[in-house]
Design a protein around this ligand. Structure first.
Ligand code: ADP
Length: 769
């Protein structure tokens, strides 16, 4: 949380820096620019003020100079008036004026006619105007009129020399119309009167009507736009004295300063830009780093594996959340700790110390350690610990990092699994049945129990193949059958089914229960039954005697009748041989029938082991019908038998099957004693299906209470006074011996129906000993 806060602060700071730095740079540049502008403005203002002052000063200087000249010339005029122009005073003064005033090109003294009386210099320079120049004439006239000094209008002499004449009245006592005239070259005036310090700063011109008349300037300097003008009147001339400021040559210090500041600005902007880029880059990297850190944090926090790092001296320098939760100590409580750690259980200190030292010395087992740690609440728990070197970003080995897995639950599950496996094995081995699982495709045995190994003498079966020829395996419904181990002389009840093994592969699961003892008991029972059967048959014999007598009576009566017929034929004179032959044939047939009845009875009574052979159902049914015909007729029972001519032959002991049918039908007849004669009906229905043949014997007799339905098949259960209660028991034994089933159910509409099934030959898989 603290980290997050300081990170946010840092982020805000760098954002602030990012914004403020270019802003500061811009501010600095702007301030410098303003400074320069202000300096320039100040300079301009100063220049402007100085210009004004200098111009005033210059005007004053020119004025003073001209006033002075005027005064001097007036003095000279005085000398002429008093001493004459030939006087030494005049000559001296005039020469002094000319020498002191280079702007004065010439001095002339003229009489009232304008005639030149004296002049200096003697020769007249070219550029000087004629005496009669109208400007001069005008000026002289003005002087004469006012008797005051006057300037002429500007005269441009040859080569454009700007000239002005200063005309002074010479007041002679006798004539007041003489004049003194000084030609002043305005250019020279400026050259002389503009001092160097002004000429260095300004271009000075004298203008009239916008036209430049005279000037003083430095050809090496360029004038600027900054100028000032001032009225400078020399009546009648209205001049304008103008000063134009020259471009200032900056000092090297100024240049240096500008250079330094400009360089600084560029450097600053450049470094700001670089800094900004750097900050942005850093922010990007920081963002990535933050994301990576957040992801690492999330990963570490989501880990259930404890992570612990130690420096080379064994002090804890890092612990993740999972480890804190595992041991129940806070981060602060663990960080910096070294031997002995608070989560080492006192009883395991030696082991913990040994592992700790092994890690620090770099000899940690690569396969890890199984250890026991202690939680803050004292609870112990098992961990698996793996250690590795801690290498920092520079590839330096800085300590050791360990990952710790809480394996308590795993251990518990493993123990539970082990216990469950042991229970399973115990139960499996405790079974009397031999259990085996073999791979469906390869036949390899995957699991057997002790009983299996013992029964088939293959204790070390691993990798072997199941070679036991139990039964032909079959997918779909489980197989439940018996199998005789001829080699060891044991009978087994074998249950075989296809199943899916733990790895998803298909296997055969087979359970073989040793039923040898049961089989022996059954055999004994069968023998007993046979003896009982014998007895039953003997009893039945008595009962059947009368019906047999009746039955035999028919063929015998027929034979007797045919014999009488034969006699009658023979007593004739010519006995009809054909008739005789017919009668004898019929007699033989009747005798055969009687013989069959008798032999049937003999077989019925005879005690013998069953033997199977292919039998036609129709013949069996016929025998039984014959045996019961008399009784059925006596009881006025309606007998119906389904079509038996199309039935497939079966492999069975015919006499035994006849006995079963006989018993069941006889019971049915007896059950209908109290049924009204009209309702007495007995039906035998035989239907084949895929692999079995079903026999149904239904009656309209007393019926059987549901709770008695199984009891009937127990030996000696009878409801009859003279009954033995063995009939149904024997029947079931016979049917089961033929791999069939026999049961009873209520006949819809009243009475009962006994059903038995027999397998058809093609599906008879049982082993016949
Ligand atoms: P027994 O005929 O000597 O009594 P059984 O084993 O043949 O011996 O029959 C047992 C008993 O089952 C009979 O006593 C009779 O009560 C009953 N039983 C057999 N068949 C039928 C039948 N079709 N209807 C009603 N009861 C029957």
């Amino acid at each position: 949380m603290l980290n997050k806060l300081s990170r946010q602060k840092e982020h805000a700071l760098s954002r602030w820096l990012l914004t403020i730095t270019p802003f500061a740079a811009a501010l600095f540049a702007l301030a410098f620019a303003l400074f320069l502008i202000q300096t320039a403005v100040k300079e301009d203002q100063a220049t402007s003020v100085a210009l004004e002052q200098d111009l005033l000063w210059q005007k004053q200087a020119l004025k003073n100079r001209l006033d002075n000249l005027n005064t001097q010339l007036n003095g000279l005029a005085e000398v002429i008036a008093t001493e004459g122009f030939a006087s030494a005073n005049f000559t001296g003064r005039s020469l002094s004026i000319l020498q002191d005033s280079p702007e004065v090109m010439s001095l002339e003294y003229m009489d009232e006619t304008g005639q030149e009386r004296w002049r200096y210099p003697q020769y007249r320079p070219d550029f000087l105007p004629e005496q009669k120049h109208r400007n001069l004439v005008a000026a002289r006239s003005a002087v004469l009129a006012s008797q005051d000094a006057h300037f002429s209008s500007v005269i441009l002499g040859k080569q454009n020399v700007p000239l002005v004449a200063l005309v002074i009245p010479v007041r002679l006592s006798f004539n007041g119309r003489h004049t003194l005239l000084a030609m002043i070259n305005l250019n020279t005036l400026l050259q002389q009167q503009v001092p160097w310090w002004i000429a260095q700063r300004y271009q000075i011109t004298l203008n009239q009507n916008g036209q430049q008349i005279a000037s003083k300037f430095d050809r090496n300097l360029d004038p600027t736009q900054l100028s000032e003008s001032i009225q400078f009147d020399l009546e009648p001339n209205q001049f304008e004295l103008k000063a134009t400021v020259y471009k200032q040559k900056r000092s090297w210090q100024q240049h240096l300063l500008t250079l330094v500041v400009a360089t600084l600005s560029i450097l600053m902007i450049g470094s700001t830009w670089a800094l900004r880029r750097h900050i942005k880059e850093r922010q990007k990297v920081e963002g990535q780093l933050r994301q990576e850190t957040a992801m690492r944090e999330a990963m570490e926090n989501s880990l259930v594996t404890g992570i612990r790092a130690m420096d080379k001296d064994g002090h804890l320098i890092y612990i993740n959340r999972a480890f804190c939760e595992m041991v129940g100590y806070s981060y602060e409580a663990l960080i910096g700790k070294s031997q002995i750690m608070p989560y080492w259980p006192p009883e395991d200190l030696d082991r913990c110390t040994a592992v700790y030292r092994a890690i620090l010395s770099g000899r940690a087992e690569p396969t890890g350690y199984q250890m026991r740690f202690m939680r803050a609440n004292g609870e112990r728990f098992d961990v698996r610990l793996y250690a590795a070197k801690l290498i920092d970003g520079d590839g330096q080995h800085t300590g050791w990092i360990s990952s710790i897995y809480d394996i308590t639950e795993l251990q518990r599950e493993r123990d539970a699994l082990q216990a469950s496996h042991e229970r399973f094995v115990t139960v499996l081995n405790g079974l009397d049945a031999a259990v085996s699982v073999s791979d469906a495709s390869s036949g390899e045995m995957l699991l057997t129990n002790r009983q299996f190994d013992r029964a088939f003498s293959i204790p070390d079966w691993h990798g072997r193949y199941c070679a036991l020829p139990y039964v032909a395996r079959r997918k779909g419904a489980p197989i439940d059958t018996e199998w005789f181990d001829a080699f060891r002389g044991h009978w087994y009840q074998v249950k075989s089914r296809s199943s899916v093994w733990v790895d998803g592969s298909e296997v055969w699961l087979e359970i073989a229960t040793d039923i040898t003892a049961l089989k022996n008991a059954q055999e004994r029972e069968r023998l007993q039954n046979e003896q009982l059967q014998q007895t039953t048959r003997l009893i039945s014999m008595g009962e059947m005697a009368s019906s047999l007598a009746h039955e035999l009576n028919q063929p015998l009566a027929a034979i007797a009748s045919y014999a009488t017929g034969c006699r009658n034929v023979l007593s004739q004179a010519e006995p009809n041989i054909g008739q005789l032959d017919q009668a004898i044939e019929k007699m033989a047939a009747q005798a055969k029938r009687a013989g069959k009845i008798i032999s049937g009875i003999r077989e019925f009574v005879q005690r013998r082991a069953p033997h199977r052979k292919p039998c036609e159902i129709a013949e069996l049914v016929d025998t039984v019908r014959t045996l019961l015909a008399a009784e059925i007729a006596k009881q006025q029972i309606k007998l119906s038998i389904s079509d038996v001519t199309q039935l497939p032959p079966i492999s069975a002991d015919p006499v035994m099957l006849e006995q079963v049918m006989f018993n069941l039908m006889k019971n049915a007849i007896e059950a209908m004693h109290n049924t009204p004669a009209a309702e007495r009906s007995l039906a035998l229905t035989i239907t084949p299906s895929d692999d079995i043949l079903s026999f149904v014997i239904s009656d309209r007799g007393t019926g059987i209470a549901p709770e008695q339905m199984e009891q009937l098949f127990k030996p000696f259960f009878t409801t009859k006074n003279t009954g033995m209660g063995m009939g149904l028991n024997i029947c079931r034994s016979i049917i089961e011996h033929h791999q069939g089933r026999l049961w009873v159910e209520a006949n819809p509409g009243g009475g009962s129906r006994f059903i038995f099934t027999l397998p058809l030959p093609q599906d008879n898989l049982a082993y016949e000993p």
